[in-house]
Design a protein around this ligand. Structure first.
Ligand code: SAM
Length: 273
């Protein structure tokens, strides 16, 4: 299925307007391969027909599906490992001391895709910090993609997915087999709540967060959008809270209010006091 230039420009503009994702020109194959399943599902003849339908209607479900199809949902359990080492060895122990009075922790995994990141945090807290079981701990996972969030809520993963980053001990301890899938056990599923949230739309009221993971999503946005989102994170993060970005992302040259704090091979960002 091939894509005419004016149709690819339309799709690029739609995706940018609704998600802030910048799709570089010259990647028509990516657009084509992501749109082809929608063309088939809608029983249309070509991508041109699909774009024709999109153009002829106000923004609705079909547009939203096209935008979702253009998101990259790559993720894995304990992705990049080092941030989780920093949580385990430094950040959570420090928070346990600092929050001993209120016994409450709020953690947000923004752009969490199919949920491996929030469940990695849940497993780490449950396995390494049993004392937190009597605390009020909530992990919020959000994403633009309703399809990914459905998967996250279901908490069921293929063998391939659990083999990526999840130590065998954790798999046996924290998952149960559900047919060909591995389903995260109920107590861990219950630690996480999943909600649709588009980072470029007005943010809902969120609790003040102790830890924010916003990894591997800012890379898709332009500078202004990154700056705007970082400024909003500052309003949500507690003054001593920690922000984790993806390995190739930084606040440097974007938001001088953040400073980088290194923990071994991991780094997080804190609001400068
Ligand atoms: C590469 S995944 C990152 C998943 C996870 N954070 C990680 O690092 O493993 C990027 C996610 O960002 C989401 N995303 C893209 N644009 C978004 C937006 N404007 N608002 C919220 N989520 C968005 C996508 O749906 C996708 O699931």
């Amino acid at each position: 299925m091939s894509l005419a230039v004016h149709d690819s420009s339309y799709v690029r503009a739609l995706v940018r307007e609704r998600s802030a994702i910048v799709l570089d020109e010259g990647k028509e194959y990516l657009l084509e391969s992501r749109l082809a399943p929608i063309v088939r599902r809608e029983d249309l003849d070509s991508i041109g027909d699909l774009v024709g339908q999109l153009r002829s209607q106000p923004f609705g479900d079909l547009h939203a599906r096209v935008v979702e199809a253009m998101t990259t949902n790559e993720t894995s359990f304990f992705r990049d490992a080092h941030p989780f080492d920093a949580l385990q060895d430094h950040i959570v122990p420090e928070l346990i001391e600092r929050r001993a009075g209120e016994r409450r922790l709020r953690i947000w995994c923004a752009a969490c895709s199919s949920g491996q990141e929030p469940y990695s945090v849940a497993m780490l807290l449950r396995d390494r910090f049993p004392e937190l079981q009597s605390w009020d701990v909530e992990i919020l996972g959000t994403d633009l993609s309703t399809e990914m969030l459905e998967r996250a809520r279901d908490g069921a993963y293929t063998t391939l997915e659990v083999n990526r980053g999840l130590p065998a001990r954790q798999l046996v301890q924290n998952f149960e087999q559900a047919g060909p899938m591995w389903r995260i056990k109920a107590p861990l599923r219950e630690m996480a709540e999943f909600r649709v949230m588009n980072l470029i739309e007005p943010w809902p009221l969120l609790p003040k967060m102790d830890i924010v993971f916003m990894r591997n999503v800012l890379i898709y946005f332009d500078t202004e959008t990154k700056q705007d989102i970082l400024a909003q994170i500052r309003r949500v993060l507690r003054p001593d809270g920690s922000l984790f970005l993806g390995a190739s992302e930084t606040t440097l040259n974007l938001d001088p209010a953040f400073e980088r704090v290194a923990y071994g091979r991991a780094s997080c960002y804190r609001i400068q006091s």
